[in-house]
Design a protein around this ligand. Structure first.
Ligand SMILES: Cc1cc2nc3c(=O)[nH]c(=O)nc-3n(C[C@H](O)[C@H](O)[C@H](O)COP(=O)(O)OP(=O)(O)OC[C@H]3O[C@@H](n4cnc5c(N)ncnc54)[C@H](O)[C@@H]3O)c2cc1C
Length: 359
């Protein structure tokens, strides 16, 4: 009999299993696929996620990035560096395989690849649901799941033939959502496109939808050559989810299963990594409610930021104005970056800041 069965060997499950094992709990980590497995993602790990990973004794050779650049629909640009530390762009299929391996090498942890969870087979004191946005536990217990009012979908892929900034993640706003461009391994570029569902281009394939979107962006004129896709275009949706509870009876949720901020904040993987220690400490001491409180605190900045960015991105004129304000007031952009990486709080914004952000 195991002390904990962790269902899902993505970022959240592998890091949580490792932390539980290091605290002496006997853990089974189940993953229904075999790594490396594909995963739609913008692949940007924010500096606090990188620091969190390193503080757990984990390291991964991603592509370092020092900040963000926002480009509004009419081409207004603002850029800023992260307040401290570097972010990293990680190829998900390799990153997740690395974390699963790290869990497998941890005392007290046994890993089970290609093993979907079966309630009749797996018994334990704790069940940790780390099975992503569409967690099966949402249906099995009352977690008070709330889907977002705005239905958004995402596509992600890797390409050659697109010139991207090799030091910054670029976020280009357009009429139906945003495009994320980031430097990836071997000189390739990561492309992630997020859309309101009703704004998804009416092309017959996901490749053509991505090409259509890139070619329609004024800011990319002259930068889109003959694009070659180096990985399949993966889709996900609806994006974002919030839960009224994170623990019910013997089940505790982590990662996207515990609620996913809209990926517009690039926070999902960092939140999954940073929640692993509070979860493991809470289960080791038999107090899941302690985890719930800390996880909500960790997620609060991303919840605020995603609401604000989505509001600005819905109206192009507003996005132009707000990005113009960020360019004009670097200290305001620096505060927002601080909020994004957990170094500042929403309470640090003054009334003047809020007016500039059109709130
Ligand atoms: C388009 C897009 C762009 C994004 N961009 C970013 C970004 O730039 N930065 C960022 O930090 N985050 C981003 N995110 C969010 C990020 O991908 C998630 O927050 C992160 O993957 C959550 O990790 P997880 O381990 O909780 O879930 P997942 O990565 O989904 O892992 C869940 C695992 O559970 C397994 N599983 C499912 N069911 C079972 C079962 N029954 N039995 C066993 N195993 C099971 C699955 O196979 C999977 O491996 C983005 C997401 C999308 C969709």
């Amino acid at each position: 009999m195991f002390d904990a069965v962790v269902v899902g060997g993505g970022v959240a499950g592998s890091v949580a299993a490792r932390e539980l094992g290091l605290r002496g709990l006997r853990v089974a980590l189940l993953e229904k696929s075999r790594h490396p497995r594909p995963k739609p993602c913008g692949e940007g790990l924010l500096p606090h996620g990188v620091a969190g990973l390193r503080s757990l004794g984990l390291d991964f050779p991603g592509v370092p990035v020092k900040g963000l650049r926002y480009v509004s629909p009419c081409g207004v640009t603002a850029q800023a560096d992260f307040p401290s530390g570097e972010g990293m762009v990680v190829r998900r299929e390799r990153f997740d395989a690395y974390l699963f391996e790290a869990a497998a090498g941890t005392p007290n942890v046994e890993t089970f690849p290609e093993t979907p969870y079966d309630a009749a087979r797996w018994k334990a004191r704790w069940l940790v649901g780390a099975d992503g946005l569409k967690s099966q536990f949402h249906r099995q217990r009352d977690f008070r799941v709330r889907t977002p009012r705005l239905h958004r979908v995402g596509l992600s892929t890797h390409v050659r033939g697109l010139q991207v900034d090799r030091e910054r993640v670029e976020v280009l706003f357009h009429l139906g959502g945003e495009v994320y461009l980031a430097p990836s391994d071997d000189g390739e570029a990561l492309v992630a496109c997020l859309y309101r569902k009703d704004a998804l281009p009416a092309e017959p394939t996901n490749e053509l939808r991505v090409l259509h979107t890139l070619r329609s962006l004024k800011a990319l004129r002259g930068r889109v050559g003959s694009i070659a896709f180096t990985t399949p275009v993966l889709g996900a949706g609806p994006l974002g989810l919030s839960l009224g509870r994170l623990a019910a009876d013997d089940v505790v949720l982590i990662g996207d299963a515990a609620g996913a901020p809209d990926p517009v904040t690039g926070e999902g993987m960092s939140l999954a990594i940073l929640s692993a220690v509070p979860l493991a400490e809470a289960l080791a001491s038999g107090r899941p409610e302690a985890y719930e409180k800390q996880r909500r605190r960790l997620a609060s900045n991303a919840a605020w930021l995603s609401g604000w960015i989505l509001k600005a991105s819905r109206r192009p004129a507003l996005a132009d104005r707000v990005i113009g304000a960020l360019d004009e007031h670097p200290s305001l952009f620096a505060k927002l970056m601080g909020i994004a990486v957990g170094a500042a709080s929403v309470r640090d914004l003054t009334l003047v800041d809020l007016t500039r952000l059109a709130l």
